[in-house]
Design a protein around this ligand. Structure first.
Ligand code: MN
Length: 728
């Protein structure tokens, strides 16, 4: 166990004016309070806060933080009180210890609602003073290092929480070393097999790698000093978890990984960074797409560095990070590094001021602000987790505006990040000058130009594609609005039809005034939507507009259903997508579907039936089901197919087959259908007699000709006695 004077010396090494008395008092107090308590390992409990303090001296934190580390479990686990700590160590330290006590037992991998609430509490506690987080991370790190003493059933849960919350938080705050170690310790528990495999392979290559590191280090250093650049060059093996993640991301085996060693060149100033880059790029071939300039565009956790990969000495891929000493320190210590540059005085204020200048801290503040904006804790958690767990990509508008997005973000996310209107009208994207699908995942440095159309409504399916909370919420809103409009359009159709049949012409203006009052609606749009949803009958609207309307019906069924109705030939190209049914005659964006039993295929004469609240259902005009709508001519819509030779969609049809009860009869039917390029969707046995049985078969075919060919081929199978189309 570390002695009292050793701890003081460690702090004094980076902070000569250390408040020794404070550290001594905290050391003695915590040791006495924990007394004879033991840890799971059998060690005295006090060894734990002491180790936590030691971890924080590695981050070169001030003595107040070190004292808090020593005291962090006293209120939670001993008879110490906040008042006592306030009295002995001052309110500032008391408050920090109190903050740690509050989050000590927060369960962050529990049920969603509870988890969100707990996560909120954690963020609020650390946003108050970031030193709470630093001590908490060190606390978790020591607990992870000693996790093997904890009963196995508890380990996975702690490791999961570490992997899900604490490691990403450390990364977010830029404390790279702690993040790496937390990840590796969790990885080992959560995925022991993968951990063992990767560790073994690394082990077996260690000697070879060590020699390689030496060679490359020397050669890099030589090349740089030839050009008069002083640089500290260091290579090191990557961590098992980072290797694992790479294997997962690229879906490759360990042997295929070309870069399990990373190199770093640390130089005096920013100019030298770019000079090193110049030397490296003129000496060895570069690997395309791997250069990243985090100096001109720092990561959100303040990380700055140049990244590049070259095919270096011995045809070995060399991944190189180039940065100054200051950048190196921030890369390692993150938010903790900011404390070092300030006036060194003890006290939260100077550190709070220092950290508040860091971008990482800014992120924390922004996240806290979101607490108030989001509707539910679950939404907040979803949003924050996205921000927390994935790295960022930086993209640009054509005018050079920087848009930071979480990794995995699509062009649609970009559009919504620029402006909600841009997202809502986005139909395409030019990424680096090339037209790309809007679902394209963006990479760092992409220049994205959004192609817009006023006619566009974001498809609701985008909701599952986007990764930013903002885009998801906006799509949800726009979809709701579009559905409302659809009902309005459907209502308009129904009313147009009903008014026409009654010998009138409908227009929304006719509803103004008393009709609206009679219908108890506040405006015409609401009436249209209510009719569309089936809440108000068209007849009631007619009566509201024409109080003496009797409801008599004069008109026959519409054109399309009349024998001999014109079947217009299709003209022009269509842009029917696979999900849309290519039908003309329906205005707007009403949902269209086929009648549930029987379907319809191109070549059939068809009619549409309006169903309030649903849309238009397409029937072949020979369908018996149409009888049911004889009394409601206002629901009939004249529609026709809108396809041409380039059409690749199949359409549903239903046939009924009567065959001899013979083994293998089904196999013969499916074979004939398949040989004729028909798709069987479903087969239902509907009646089984002694000699014969009936089957209803759902087919997908190109058109009527195709369907008829299949039917006639099936008829020729000897065991088949009858084939006919349902609805035919
Ligand atoms: Mn602890």
């Amino acid at each position: 166990m570390m002695r009292q004077y050793e701890l003081v010396e460690r702090v004094a090494r980076y902070k000569p004016d250390v408040d020794e008395a404070l550290l001594n008092r905290a050391y003695v107090y915590a040791m006495q309070k924990h007394g004879l308590q033991k840890r799971a390992s059998g060690d005295p409990y006090f060894s734990h806060p002491l180790e936590v303090a030691a971890i924080l001296t590695d981050l070169k934190l001030d003595e107040a933080t070190i004292a808090v580390a020593l005291l962090h479990d006293t209120i939670e686990d001993t008879d110490a009180t906040r008042a006592e700590i306030d009295a002995l160590f001052g309110e500032e330290i008391g408050k920090l210890v109190d903050g740690l006590t509050k989050i000590a037992k927060l369960d962050l991998v529990t049920k969603k609602a509870k988890q969100a609430e707990n996560f909120r509490k954690l963020l609020l506690a650390i946003a108050d003073d970031v030193r709470v987080l630093l001590v908490k991370l060190a606390d978790r790190l020591h607990n992870m290092r000693t996790l093997h003493y904890v009963p196995p059933e508890k380990r996975a849960r702690i490791a999961e929480e570490t992997m899900e919350i604490y490691a990403p938080l450390a990364g977010r705050m830029g404390i790279q070393d702690i993040r790496d170690e937390l990840e590796n310790l969790s990885f080992r528990v959560l995925n022991p097999d993968a951990f063992a495999t990767i560790t073994e392979r690394l082990e077996s290559q260690r000697e070879k790698n060590a020699a390689l590191i030496q060679t490359i280090e020397t050669e890099l250093r030589d090349k740089l000093s030839e050009r008069g650049i002083q640089a500290i060059v260091k290579g090191r093996e990557k961590q098992p978890y980072s290797i694992f993640r790479k294997m997962q991301r690229k879906n490759i085996a360990f042997e295929q990984l070309s870069d399990i060693i990373g190199f770093r060149a640390v130089v005096a100033d920013v100019d030298d960074c770019y000079r090193v880059l110049g030397v490296v790029h003129t000496t060895w071939p570069t690997v395309p797409g791997r250069f990243k300039d985090y100096i001109s565009t720092p990561k959100q956790n303040d990380y700055r560095s140049l990244h590049t990969t070259v095919v270096g000495p011995g045809h070995q891929r060399v991944e190189l990070q180039i940065r100054t000493e200051e950048m190196d320190r921030i890369a390692e210590y993150g938010i903790a590094a900011h404390a070092l540059y300030k006036d060194g005085r003890t006290g939260g204020r100077s550190i709070t001021r220092a950290t508040s200048e860091s971008r990482a801290y800014e992120w924390l503040r922004r996240t806290i602000d979101l607490l108030n904006e989001n509707e539910t804790p679950e939404e907040f958690l979803e949003h924050t987790k996205l921000e927390l767990f994935v790295d960022q990509v930086f993209c640009f508008t054509p005018k050079g505006r920087l848009i930071a997005l979480p990794r995995g973000a699509k062009a649609i996310d970009f559009a919504y990040a620029v402006h909600t209107d841009v997202g809502n009208t986005c139909v395409g994207a030019k990424i680096n000058g090339q037209i790309q699908p809007v679902v394209t995942e963006l990479s760092n440095g992409d220049e994205v130009e959004i192609i817009r159309s006023k006619a566009q409504t974001p498809p609701s399916a985008w909701e599952d594609v986007v990764v930013t909370g903002k885009a998801r919420a906006a799509i949800r809103r726009a979809t709701r609005e579009a559905v409302r409009k659809q009902y309005g359009g459907l209502g308009r159709h129904i009313l147009d039809r009903a008014f026409h049949l009654a010998g009138h012409t409908f227009s929304p203006e006719k509803l103004e005034g008393s009709p609206l009052q009679r219908l108890a609606q506040s405006n015409a749009a609401d009436v249209l939507a209510a009719v569309g949803r089936g809440e108000i009958r068209a007849e009631d609207v007619l009566k509201a507009v024409f109080p003496d309307y009797q409801g008599e019906r004069a008109s026959p069924a519409p054109d399309a259903a009349r024998p001999g109705a014109r079947r217009r030939t299709k003209t022009g190209a269509t842009e029917a997508t696979s999900s849309a049914i290519p039908i003309r005659g329906v205005q707007g964006d009403l949902p269209i579907r086929f009648a549930p039993n029987g379907g319809a295929v191109p070549g059939d004469r068809i009619v549409g039936i309006l169903t309030p609240g649903e849309g238009v259902t397409i029937y072949p005009i020979t369908s018996h089901a149409l009888k049911d709508f004889d009394d409601e001519p206002e629901r009939w819509v004249d529609v026709r197919w809108d396809i041409d030779e380039t059409n690749t969609a199949r359409f549903p049809a239903q046939i009924i087959v009567t065959s001899l009860n013979e083994p293998g009869s089904l196999a013969q039917i499916t074979k004939v259908t398949g040989d004729n390029d028909g798709n069987i969707d479903n087969i239902k046995m509907i009646r089984k007699g002694h000699d014969f049985h009936d089957m209803i078969i759902d087919l997908e075919v190109w058109d009527l000709k195709h369907l008829n060919r299949i039917i006639s081929q099936i008829r020729q199978v000897p065991i088949i006695s009858k084939v006919s189309r349902v609805n035919g």
